[in-house]
Design a protein around this ligand. Structure first.
Ligand SMILES: Cc1cc2nc3c(=O)[nH]c(=O)nc-3n(C[C@H](O)[C@H](O)[C@H](O)COP(=O)(O)O)c2cc1C
Length: 343
């Protein structure tokens, strides 16, 4: 059995854990495989452990009810499942939920193809020229009489920002205020839509040192209620280690980062599992609002699809119902900043 003997923080023998809906297992003779990890000596507890954990069980209950295996080995195995996010105490991250979908999709392309820039370009071109098979009859051409205002028409992603000047406090405030609440006597409104008007996305901002006027560098929680920011951590230092290679320049030159964190406590009581899906849509709508606000101030931004959030997660002090959905880097537009595309 391959177990790392590291003390597991947060592991509690009396806490209820669930078998992750995206984890697979199979038994072949004495060998058990869980996701990519192989184990011997504990194969005999399957499928019982799986059935029990599907409905939720504490490690103490599992140990008691699956007593046929050496208890030290069984506990180490359970700890390993917790460490590898096979047994989970709360909601999954988007990556954990969605990665399993690739098994169900039959791709005609192999993964290596996407390492070759000219092949990627060819692929992209063919996808951007696709037509729908369901088209029946002659197409009716639409007429766009007027060009949209620049706020819409000149938008592009920026991947390199100007760091020679600071973003003014005024512009920073103006942009971030797009997420504020607007309170009147009988109503609380926002500038953007959210499923059920619940607004379950918490916003954290990481401001770089000396990049925003009057705001010391640090990780802040943004309160839409009072339209203010307060330090979430006094010791948080995010480095480009938290970002994939192709996104490092974006991160290193931006003035601040916006983290969109789904707080399931706000909307799962009402919408159950679908609340998570609505939250992903809410986050997209929020990025749209942020993009317009930034564009109005002539400020650039770039969405970051995925990052090594685990490297900085501790500073956010999230509870188990909070997960990162999306990140956006914001900064002063630089002349050649939008030409760069390194994905
Ligand atoms: C969900 C999402 C994730 C993205 N992730 C990245 C990213 O990780 N790195 C990057 O350079 N651009 C990223 N982008 C930006 C897209 O690559 C970009 O929007 C697209 O190439 C079109 O270019 P444009 O925005 O300049 O029109 C992302 C955009 C979205 C909406």
């Amino acid at each position: 059995m391959q177990i790392k003997k590291k003390k597991l923080s947060g592991y509690d023998t009396n806490k209820t854990y669930y078998w992750s809906p995206s984890a697979n297992w199979k038994v072949n003779g004495d060998e058990l495989t869980v996701n990519e990890n192989k184990y011997t000596k504990v194969a005999s507890v399957f499928p019982e452990l799986y059935f029990k954990a599907q409905d939720g069980a504490t490690p103490a209950e599992l140990m008691e009810e699956l007593a046929s295996v050496n208890s030290v080995e069984l506990e180490e195995f359970i700890q390993d499942l917790v460490r590898n996010r096979v047994l989970v105490p709360a909601i999954l991250t988007p990556e954990e939920i969605f990665k399993a979908q690739s098994k169900l999709f039959k791709s005609e392309y192999n993964e290596e193809m996407f390492l070759n820039p000219s092949e990627v370009e060819k692929f992209k071109k063919s996808m951007l020229n696709r037509e729908n098979n369901a088209m029946a009859g002659k197409a009716i051409e639409l007429k766009q009489k007027e060009e949209y205002p620049e706020l819409i028409s000149r938008r592009r992603s920026y991947r390199l920002f100007d760091t020679s000047e600071k973003l003014s406090f005024e512009v920073f405030s103006q942009i971030v205020s797009v997420f504020r609440q607007l309170r009147s006597e009988d109503e609380i409104k926002y500038y953007y839509a959210s499923a059920g008007g619940l607004y379950p996305i918490d916003i954290y901002l990481y401001v770089k040192d000396n990049r925003v006027e009057n705001i010391p560098g640090g990780l802040y929680y943004y309160s839409p209620v009072s339209n203010s920011i307060a330090l979430a951590s006094t010791s948080c230092v995010v480095t480009d280690e938290a970002h994939f290679f192709t996104n490092k320049d974006i991160y290193n030159t931006s003035a601040f980062s916006v983290f969109f964190i789904y707080n399931a406590e706000v909307s799962m009581p009402k919408y159950a599992g679908m609340a998570y899906y609505y939250a992903c849509i809410d986050a997209g709508i929020m990025v749209g609002a942020l993009t317009s606000a930034a564009e109005l101030c002539n400020i650039g931004l770039c969405s970051i699809g995925n990052m090594n959030f685990d490297k900085i997660k501790k500073y956010f002090k999230l509870n188990e119902a909070q997960v990162l959905i999306h990140t956006v880097e914001v900064g002063l537009k630089s002349e050649n900043g939008r030409a760069l595309r390194t994905e």
